[in-house]
Design a protein around this ligand. Sequence first.
Ligand SMILES: NC(=O)c1ccc[n+]([C@@H]2O[C@H](COP(=O)([O-])OP(=O)(O)OC[C@H]3O[C@@H](n4cnc5c(N)ncnc54)[C@H](OP(=O)(O)O)[C@@H]3O)[C@@H](O)[C@H]2O)c1
Length: 340
Amino acid sequence: MFETVKYLIGSTGASGFGSKSTAEEVTNTCPDLRSITAIITGATSGIGAETARVLAKRRARLVLPARNLKAAEEAKARIVSEFPESEIIVMALDLSSLSSVRNFVSEFKLLNLPLNLLINNAGKFSHEHAISEDGIEMTFATNYLGHFLLTKLLLNTMIRTAKQTGVQGRIVNVSSSIHGWFSGNMIRYIGQISRSKSQYDATRAYALSKLANVLHTKELAQRLKQVDANVTVNCVHPGIVRTRLTREREGFITDLVFFLASKLLKTIPQAAATTCYVATHPGLVNLSGNYFADCNKASTSKLGSNSNEAAKLWAASEIMVSRQAKAVFDPLNALGYHDM
Ligand SMILES: NC(=O)c1ccc[n+]([C@@H]2O[C@H](COP(=O)([O-])OP(=O)(O)OC[C@H]3O[C@@H](n4cnc5c(N)ncnc54)[C@H](OP(=O)(O)O)[C@@H]3O)[C@@H](O)[C@H]2O)c1
């Protein structure tokens, strides 16, 4: 109750920011980002588009990978018209396809650019059951598995950049407080909904993908620490905001729900604030493996803080990205993920 009141009045937390802070406000005191190269996924609309706009305003060089190149060029044009000196590179990437992720990383590496910042923001809420070309349920494939592989393949570049420049690299995973809605056996559920639509529940699948973002952050932070990499990883809940995430359910009911919840909704500049804060704020140096909401450290669900679950998901993800689609779930059984 107290938390809801704090949220509604926008009271600030330890960071000096709160639910009503905007991305521009939280980056006001950040250093000039001219020497920073950032990849932001999902920057064609919503939270990602505002994140890109504000980081461009702070002079970062942006790489915007997108499956819809026309929308990405339009997003770029909007930013360039506001900040003509921005350096923005648009590239092709469909996160639901592991081969597209591999192609994007190969092309990015050919550019020989440094990489200081990776913002894993793209996401979807798939109302209808769908399977990716790799045989994985579509929401999980897009929101989590594509980003898992993208991060894995870009990590050496980030670690090298941090070593060469002395500037700590940062990875920001955009999750959601809805991650707490998932309970049960994650690997079993992803196995079930990747095999058939009978157990598919769109909200549960979305919550699972966002829980996976939280656990990915936890396990990766640990691994980065073990190899003494000067790169941090944190995840964020942006807040609830009306974007194209609900595009498959536009209509009267959705309008009504958003109307009734309007007091709880953020604006897009407010929803991009936590990502921008975690990506740039000088006060967060060396902070890794944390979950942020309203620009302040927050708590994850019990499952989201479980190291065993994080390690299990990591092991399963390594298998999922290393095998061809149809072979994916047999090796998972071999690892002990039975009854899927
Ligand atoms: N809106 C909320 O209330 C809310 C709350 C909590 C968390 N989030 C999270 O915030 C993030 C941003 O969402 P948003 O609300 O800004 O939604 P949005 O406006 O729908 O933006 C989603 C972005 O992801 C991209 N995307 C979707 N599927 C993709 C794929 N297969 N490959 C590459 N890009 C893909 C979309 O590109 P296209 O133009 O190609 O569709 C778009 O740029 C998501 O991770 C979401 O889960 C949102």
